[in-house]
Design a protein around this ligand. Sequence first.
Ligand SMILES: C[S@@+](CC[C@H](N)C(=O)[O-])C[C@H]1O[C@@H](n2cnc3c(N)ncnc32)[C@H](O)[C@@H]1O
Length: 199
Amino acid sequence: MKNTQSKYTRMAHIYDWVEQRMPMNDFKKQAVNLLQGKILEVGIGSGANLKFYKKDSDVTGIDFSTGMLEIAKEKINTLNLNNVKLIEMNIENMNFPDNTFDSVLSTCVFCTVPNPKNGILEILRVLKPGGKAIFLEHMKSSSSSINIFLKFMNIITTKALGTSLLRETEKTIREVGFSKVTSKNIMMKDVVRLIIAEK
Ligand SMILES: C[S@@+](CC[C@H](N)C(=O)[O-])C[C@H]1O[C@@H](n2cnc3c(N)ncnc32)[C@H](O)[C@@H]1O
C-alpha cells in the first residue's frame, strides 16, 4: 500500500498534465451526472471531477495520497466550492458508518487500489440500501489480442505508477453482493467500462 501511496504523492504535480490529455473527460462528466444525494468520491486524487459537480451537491472526497489531495484542495479554492469536503482515508478501511451515502463515485481508481476487493466491499458497506456506486474504470478485456497489448504495457505501468492494466474490476464488483450491476463498454472495446452497481 505504501508503495502506491508514495508513488501518487511523488507524481502528483504531473498527474493533471497527463489526466487532461486522456480521452476520459466527457465520460467522467457523464458519471458525475449520475450521482445524487449524499455523495462519496473515492480516490478523488487531484480533483479531476470537481469541475463537474453541481454547486449544491454534498460531496465527500477521500484519497490516501496527501500530494494528490493538496492539488484537489487548490482546485476547491480556485473553483470556490464550499460543498466539498476532503479527507485523507484508505478506501480499503473507511472511517464512515454503514449506510452513509446515496452515491459513490470511482473514476480510474481500482487499477491502483492495492486490494481491490476490500475497497469494493467497503463501498458496498457505506452505501445506503438502494444507493448506487458508479465506476468508470479500465480493466482487463475479454479480447485476448487486446490483453496481449495490455500485458506488455502493464510491465511499465505497474513499475512507474503502481497501476495495473489487468484488473478484473467488473468481475470483483459482481462478486461482492450488490443487488443489481449493469455495465456499458466505453472505450477500446471493453477495456474502459461504466459500471452502475446498486446496493
Ligand atoms: C489514477 S488516480 C485517479 C484520480 C481521479 N479519480 C481521476 O479520475 O483523475 C488514482 C487515485 O486513487 C488513489 N488511491 C488508490 N488506492 C487508494 C486507496 N486504497 N485508498 C485511497 N486512495 C487510493 C490514488 O492515491 C490516486 O489519487
